[in-house]
Each structure stands twice: as structure tokens, then as C-alpha cells.
Write a protein that binds this ligand. Sequence first.
Ligand code: KDG
Length: 308
Amino acid sequence: DFDIVALGEPLVELNQTHQDQRQYLQGFGGDTSNAVIAAARQGASCAYLTRVGNDAFGQQFLDLWRSEGVDTSGVQVDEQAHTGLYFVQHGPDGHAFSYLRRGSAASLMTPASLDSGLIERARYLHVSGISLAISTSACDTVFAAIERAHAAGAQVSLDSNLRLRLWPVDRARAILRETMRMADLFLPSMDDMQHLTGNDDPERTLDWIRDAGAAGVVVLKLGKEGSIIDDGRRRIPVAALRVDAVDATGAGDCFAGSLLARRCQGDSWEDAVRYANAAAALSTLGYGAVDPLPRKEQVLERLKSLSA
Ligand code: KDG
């Protein structure tokens, strides 16, 4: 059985680490793939559900997941469609993504892609706004996955991960509102919510989420300001760990994966969020979404040095 089964699209990453040179560092990305790898590095048992191309990049992903101990028995290989790709560029406002993903293998997922039976063996199903945005059949697949999870007694975790290059804001708001109602754990970022609701106040944002019908635990991510846990009864702020970030790509995914892993290991919400904040901060110290994801020992050491 699995602590976490995630569903979504992996993307090969080309990261422009030197602004003035035509040189890209190849890595791996895709929000939910990043999250399961982060969770596996914290000691969780994980599986990933997706579809990759029958190409070099698809094979690299299969090798990556296996080397990280992530179960790949639910990964389909598409003979025609390709594995997607994205570029990361860095500027004064942080990082920006551009994509080569339309028609990718993952975007061709359908509810039948879930027949491996893995969701039924999970404690948490983890999905995201990106899994919902890449195509209508992927969106249907996420809804079907949530139904399967709930029927089997698994909890559903949803990261907002709003990418406005993938869908219009009105559709994003409508679909995310429906999905957050079904989530046992909703992980929105303040930036995403600001685009969806037009307001930048964390308390009012949490009110909006509750008014929209979200009934589970909500953890609102405020970036450098840490996070706020809203468990339906109280709101608890948790401070972030301050670091000099090199590349924040994937930090939110590291947060999600680490939080779920620690919940499965018995942490309270507050302890799990404190841990996830530290893991996410450490994940920004190198380039790329996956390579700098910290391991459990590093996170624990960092937390210990803070409390010493
Ligand atoms: O959260 C980081 C991801 O956004 C990145 O790895 C690429 O999955 C990606 C996407 O669709 O933007």
C-alpha cells in the first residue's frame, strides 16, 4: 500500500542558469511528479500515475522514479505522443516558465488510465491545478481519480498550482472551486488565490475559500511569509525558514510532498507544516525542481539547528 499516489504530468526541464548564454541545464519537473519525489525523499511510499511518450525523455522519467523508489506500475507509455518539456528563465521577478507540451502523452490521459488500482491502495491521492488544466480528458481523469479515492476511503490533496498559460482564469476559478470542495486538504498559494479572487489579504482569502465550500483542512502558502493552517476551527500561522534562494521552481511541490509524507508519519498539522516549510526552503538552494529536493536527514538537521 502507498502513503501517496499522485496524478499529473511530468515535464523535462531546461533551466537557463546563465542569462547571457545559450546553455540549459537539463533536469526534471512537473508539479505532481516533483511532489511524489519530495515525499519519497522524506521516507513516504509513493506511486505516480501518468502517461509518458515512448521517447528518451519518457525513459529518463521512468528511470528517475524507479531510482527514487516511486512505483511506476501505473505509468502508461504512449506510442505516438511525446513527453512534455518546459523552459525556466530567471529574471528580476523570479522565475518564468514556457512550455512545449500541447498534445503531450500526459494530456491524453483518460479515466481508463486509472485502472491500475493504485488509488484504491493509497492513503492520499495528490492532484493539482495543472493536472486539471492540461486537457479536458486529463480534467475528467482527475475527477474520476477523486471519486475512486473517496470510494476507497483515501484522502484527497489538491495543490492550486494555477498556470494561466494553460487555461483562462474564469475556467480555472470554476474548476478549482469544484475541486477544492472535494479536497480533504487544499494547498493554495496566496499568489494563485490573488489571481482567482482579486484580493491579497490572507484572512479574506481563507474566508473566500470557506465560502466557496471547501470543507477540509486548508493550508494557505504565503511564500517567504510562511503559511497559515485553517483546520476549520482555528487559523494557525507558521513561519517560513529564511534562505537565499537560487531557484524557487518546485518549492511549492516540495512543500506538498513533504507535508503529506509527515502527516503519514504521524505529525500534527503544525509540525508537518513547519517541516514542509523547511523542506521547501532548502529546495530553493540549487537549480531545478528535482535535483535540490532535500532528504529527510537534511531537513531534520536544519530544524534541529533552528531549535538549538
Ligand atoms: O511547480 C513547478 C512546476 O510548475 C514545474 O515543474 C513545471 O509542472 C510544471 C508546470 O506545469 O508548470
